[in-house]
Design a protein around this ligand. Structure first.
Ligand code: BGC
Length: 925
């Protein structure tokens, strides 16, 4: 049976205008590319007018060669040997996908088998292997973010990596850190880890390490500022929206998690769909060449998001290395922006040989870097059918058949990791009168369809494009199929027979309300733009930030009938909870998006086998208007929708704190069944602060190759279809016909040829020096030097076992053990405010303790780096410590709104303060 794949619906919703205008024969580029590229250039010029003044995507050329950092040197040396033996057509073949639906995976590159380089399989998605079976459906990114547990972040990444490897996927299309969550309504925030660059960055770093330790190439995505779904894509009638962002905000918020992933050695980066400061993400030379590959020292390869590429030569010059899935804007006709067109563009001199060499070297180096040259399995599944035997190239329609699914079970013991994540993420927002944990004899009435899995089956909607039953993940390419879904109601049934079930979203007209507790399950969903669910095109448009399916009314009705209501929320992000202060709403738990382990994880918390230890990865406001207007969704505009980041680096709690707006529940908030104290805190300076980091070391030399354009008349194998080559209809190849190859070569050699109209600012000369902020993976290595160490003792001051349940004689199973999440926030010296406005506090580190017994303590150490105490100085284009001798305060506490201990960088003394830095005081509610 064919899997339902909805991606393509996008492309048939419009008709392409003709691009076949005649071009002079001597132009150094192919007709197909030039016509559309010229059209794009004209469109870009017109659109640039719409971008507000001050937001610029300056030209930055050429693409820095890869291979200049020591950690990649060995892989580059091997790659250089291999690439030196490749023909031009082999190099272009590995840069381009073979076409959507053409091979088994979400995307597949061409191969260079002659020299031992295989086809690569690129597969979604961030929470597990998509479009297959016998895989684990892990809790989503936002859920692992809510655990604040670095070890679990690594373990989840490692388990995901093992599953991708087990299925034979070379490249995992995750983790996602863009969207960062600037817009609470943004459709894909849940694929990432939370609305703070440090939380996102640490989770990304640990995930990348876990994935890549299994030999799988991780892909950090989407570069960059991809904060909403609607209007994200370019189409012939409208360009994707432009995110207009200033340089400081880019550095301090949106680039930060990418820098962490690059430091962790990530092998691939995926572009965004949208434009940034007016220039499309796949051909934005400033973003890719300058920020990503030069300043952040990214040594792997940059791929396009699926169908995000809008030009051939321009994307190559701007630093794109891989075109995915290979098709041009209109898929499935065997055409491409690259592949054979890229071969042609190199032959005719438009794309320098040097650039194609670098693209190929980056891809091959990443493959060596993960050790994929040693016994890496081939794909054993098909994304497109769940039959064992099927078309080998389904997109071709006429295709040989063969075994496409071997149904390899890759789950191992990963259910335990998935469950640990789902459990540790559960965030207790409110627990009046110690309502939780429940006693084993408590009588329960359960309300809400979300308590039970979708009656049609948990995988019945393609890519989870419906919100029916337990919400374990959002919708879109970031989803995966469930092997099973342990839903809350099944887990509750296993615990108790004192259960009355009302598994609908309409409050029953007659109930006796005799139970001790009402458990009300509600949801809020979102996803990717190619599916609209209940009127929401990815982003939460019509649903707003309210619970779906009249969830608010369900809670309110239950609160009228019961004295003790426990609300359980499965959600992609913040929701507004106007009912939260109703007297009978005693407890609120966020499960976030728990994946397949939604049941037992919840009951282990409800019944107190484990104490909740999740913390919010975003703030929850009282009303949507508490956040700035500029983070609202942008809607239709004639021309290019403009999304201007007028709030600059003030998002989420940074904004709320700066404007003295008390959140409903602050970023980082999460209650425990225990209480914790902090004691014996100290701050040690590890290295003297200077205002600027020392200059980085020079770049290492990168591979060099001959740069002569190969002559297809003397070396036909370089570019021309081999004799008797059997083509699959509509499959994308990198070969040219003999006449096309010779014509392209002649154009390139002719002294009278009109040169390719290179963009303003274009240069082919490599910049061999490191920029002051660059010089290593993630930036100048000095930025990551530890500057302060903060040591503190965390003690569980809670009572031993709890018998708090007034409505029952039996006790809960709570033993008193609990994990705490310590958070550290930096406050910049007051003296810096006149030169750099910095948010009142910013998260800079966190640690989760082990499960501490009552009375037990654990020493925790957090280190802050030079980057943590710096601001991005736009004029100097460097990270600057604004006042090296000034007093930095490192605030310690349990959330951005509950910071009670301040450590001074001047005295090293940490002291309890009566008021926190943001005027919220010490206790929350
Ligand atoms: C998404 C990517 C995804 C790709 C392949 C795109 O629509 O934005 O995140 O990896 O499709 O499915």
């Amino acid at each position: 049976m064919l899997r339902q794949v909805t991606h393509l619906s996008l492309f048939f919703s419009f008709v392409l205008p003709s691009l076949s205008e005649d071009l002079p024969q001597d132009a150094r580029f192919s007709a197909f590319q030039s016509a559309s590229e010229e059209a794009n250039a004209t469109v870009d010029a017109v659109l640039a007018l719409a971008v507000p003044e001050g937001y610029v995507a300056a030209p930055w050329y050429p693409t820095p060669h890869g291979g200049w950092t020591p950690d990649w040197a060995e892989s580059y040396a091997k790659a250089a040997d291999l690439v030196a033996n490749m023909t031009l057509a082999e190099k272009t073949n590995i840069t381009t996908g073979t076409g959507y639906f053409m091979d088994r995976c979400t995307g597949n590159t061409g191969s260079a088998h002659r020299v031992g380089f295989p086809q690569l399989c690129l597969q979604d998605g961030p929470l597990g292997v998509r479009n297959t079976e016998n895989n684990t459906a892990f809790p989503a990114g936002i859920t692992i973010g809510a655990t604040w547990n670095k070890e679990l972040m690594y373990q989840r990444g490692a388990a995901i990596g093992q599953e991708f490897r087990g299925k034979g996927a070379n490249i995992h299309l995750g983790p996602s850190v863009g969207a960062l969550g600037r817009k609470p309504r943004g459709g894909r925030n849940w694929e990432g880890f939370g609305s703070d660059p440090v939380l996102q960055g640490i989770a990304a770093r640990e995930s990348v390490r876990g994935i890549q330790d299994q030999g799988v190439i991780a892909t950090i995505k989407h570069w960059l500022v991809n904060e909403q779904e609607m209007f994200r894509m370019y189409n012939p009638f409208q360009p994707g929206y432009s995110s207009n962002v200033d340089d400081r905000t880019l550095h301090e918020l949106y680039m930060w998690p990418f820098a962490e992933a690059i430091r962790a050695g990530v092998g691939a980066v995926m572009s965004a769909y949208n434009a940034v400061n007016g220039s499309a993400s796949t051909q934005n030379s400033y973003l890719i060449n300058n920020l990503l590959k030069d300043e952040l020292g990214f040594q792997g390869f940059m791929m396009s998001d699926w169908f995000a590429q809008n030009s051939g030569v321009a994307t190559a010059l701007s630093g794109l290395d891989m075109s995915m899935p290979g098709d041009p804007t209109v898929p499935l006709f065997g055409d491409a922006w690259w592949a054979f067109h890229l071969t042609e563009a190199v032959l005719n001199g438009s794309v320098p040989v040097d650039r194609i060499n670098d693209m190929a070297t980056r891809i091959v180096a990443a493959w060596y870097q993960m050790g994929q040259d040693q016994d890496y399995p081939e794909p054993n599944f098909s994304s497109w059918t769940d039959d064992a035997v099927g078309l080998l190239h389904p997109g071709a329609l006429i295709s040989p058949q063969g075994v496409v699914n071997e149904f390899v079970d890759v789950q191992g013991d990963h259910a335990a990791i998935a469950r640990a994540v789902a459990t540790e993420a559960i965030t207790l927002l409110k627990n009046d009168n110690q309502t939780l944990p429940l006693s084993s004899s408590a009588t329960l009435a359960v309300f809400g369809s979300a308590a039970a899995q979708n009656p049609d089956g948990p995988n019945s909607c393609a890519d989870k494009g419906c919100n029916k039953g337990t919400l374990g993940m959002g919708w879109g390419s970031g989803s995966a199929d469930y092997p099973y879904l342990d839903d809350p109601i099944s887990a509750l049934r296993r615990r108790t027979s004192n259960l009355t079930e009302y598994l609908t979203d309409t409050f029953p007209s007659t109930i006796d309300a005799g139970e001790d507790y009402a458990l009300v399950f509600i949801t809020a969903d979102s996803g990717e733009n190619y599916i609209t669910v209940d009127g929401n095109p990815g982003d939460r448009t019509v649903a707003g930030l309210y619970a779906w399916h009249n969830g608010d009314e369900l809670v309110e009705k239950a609160a009228e009938q019961y004295d003790t209501v426990i609300v359980i929320v499965q959600t992609v992000g913040p929701i507004l909870m106007d009912w939260s202060d109703l007297p009978s709403v005693k407890a609120i738990l966020f499960q976030h998006l728990p994946g397949q382990e939604a049941g037992e994880s919840l009951t282990s918390i409800l019944y107190g086998e484990e104490s909740p230890s999740g913390h919010l990865p975003y703030s929850i406001t009282h009303q949507e208007s508490d956040l700035p207007e500029s983070v609202d969704l942008v809607y239709f505009e004639l021309g290019q929708p403009q999304d201007t980041y007028a709030e600059r680096h003030y998002i989420d709690y940074r904004y709320l704190n700066a404007h003295n707006i008390t959140p409903h529940y602050p970023f980082g908030h999460g209650l425990s069944y225990a209480n914790f104290s902090l004691s014996t805190a100290t701050l040690t300076s590890l290295s003297p602060l200077t205002s600027l980091p020392p200059p980085p070391s020079p770049k290492l030399p990168t591979p060099t190759y001959p740069t002569t354009i190969p002559n297809p008349s003397t070396s036909p194998t370089e570019a021309i279809y081999p004799p008797n080559f059997s083509r699959i209809w509509r499959y994308i190849y990198s070969y040219l016909s003999e006449s096309d190859a010779l014509r392209a070569y002649d154009i390139g050699q002719s002294p009278t040829t009109t040169p390719y109209p290179y963009p303003a600012g274009y240069s082919a000369t490599q910049r061999n020096h490191s920029v002051p902020a660059g010089g290593g993976p993630g930036g100048n290595p000095a930025l990551f030097e530890p500057i302060f160490a903060v040591n503190v003792t965390v003690t569980n001051t809670g009572a031993a076992a709890s018998t708090n349940n007034s409505t029952s004689n039996s006790t809960s199973t709570y033993t008193g053990h609990a994990k705490a999440v310590l958070q550290a926030y930096i406050q910049f010296p007051a003296s810096t405010q006149s030169s750099f406005d910095t948010p009142p506090v910013q998260l800079r580190g966190f640690a989760k303790t082990r499960a501490l017994a009552p009375g037990e303590s654990q020493e925790v150490e957090l280190t802050l780096t030079r980057k943590d105490v710096s601001v991005w100085d736009v004029a100097r284009q460097n990270w600057v410590v604004p006042d090296p001798a000034g007093e930095y305060l490192v605030w310690l506490g349990w959330s951005s709104g509950q910071l009670g201990v301040a450590c001074s960088s001047v005295t090293g003394v940490c002291a309890e303060r009566e008021r926190g830095p943001v005027g919220l005081g010490l206790s929350l509610r």
